[in-house]
Write a protein that binds this ligand. Structure first.
Ligand code: PEP
Length: 253
């Protein structure tokens, strides 16, 4: 059965102390993670060790990096390798967030290399995809997302693809307060799953978690997650408020 996931993306926010407090507050608030549910915290690189220590021994709770480099090691000043992440026991990495695509020019091909090095090292990519407003207005979202999947993921084997989590994040809904309706989310999530089904077969497609991202909050999470092809959320702003993120965890189906 595929996993239902509440993933927090802290982006470039908080200090070490504020991050510790936030994790302490979230851990202290009542929440329950069933066997097929996970909470994941994608924290800034300097906080990975702290966060990993905080959640140590907590069932179904994982720490993620927000990025990694496509090379094993070497003279790449300022970059972080998967080997470094592995040495901290990190098991997830967010890849292809629209902010990285836009501000750091990350292409589908470059992301395919990052996906490969993660999977070779048994780290699960949380692969972000999603269209800008002008693409949605021209009804081009399916073609746009299909191309992102094809160019970054469809070279993978059926076994490998099941280790990838997908986060569909329409750019027009990220940090804008504008959420896709649950019908809009379901429609494109079903389309994404159908792309995997065509390429890898229905059984494989049914095993892939597809998260929705874009202004998810405590108040809209239940409705979004109730859709059959929405397997949780990747959450930015609301993940910085303990009570909000716990409400999102508790909205997982
Ligand atoms: C994100 O950072 O991936 C995101 C979806 O942000 P927000 O929840 O703030 O829209």
């Amino acid at each position: 059965m595929r996993k239902q996931i509440a993933a927090a993306n802290w982006k470039m926010n908080l200090t070490l102390q504020k991050g510790e407090e936030l994790l302490d507050d979230i851990i202290a608030l009542p929440h329950e993670l069933k066997a097929d549910q996970q909470a994941i915290f994608a924290v800034p690189f300097p906080y990975l060790a702290m966060a990993q220590q905080k959640v140590h021994g907590k069932k179904n709770v994982f720490i993620a990096a927000q990025n990694c480099y496509n090379k094993k090691s070497g003279a790449y000043t300022g970059e972080t390798s998967v080997e470094m992440l592995l040495s901290l026991d990190i098991s997830y990495v967010v890849l292809g967030h629209s902010e990285r695509r836009e501000y750091f020019n990350e292409s589908n091909q470059f992301l395919a290399e990052k996906v490969n090095i993660c999977l070779e090292n048994k780290i699960h990519p949380i692969f972000c995809c999603g269209e800008a407003l002008n693409v949605r207005e021209a009804n081009g979202q399916n073609d746009f997302v299909a191309k992102q999947l094809e160019e970054s993921l469809f070279h993978l084997s059926a076994e490998q693809i099941q280790n990838v989590v997908i986060a569909y994040e329409p750019i027009w809904a990220i940090g804008t307060g504008k959420t896709a309706t649950s019908d809009q989310a379901q429609e494109i999530h079903a389309f994404i799953r159908s792309q995997f089904a065509t390429k890898y077969g229905a059984a494989v497609a049914n095993n892939i978690s597809i998260l929705y991202g874009g202004s998810v909050k405590g108040s809209n999470a239940k409705e979004l997650f109730s859709q059959p092809d929405v397997d949780g959320g990747l959450v930015g702003g609301a993940a910085l408020v303990a009570s909000e993120f716990v409400a999102i965890i508790n909205a997982l189906k």
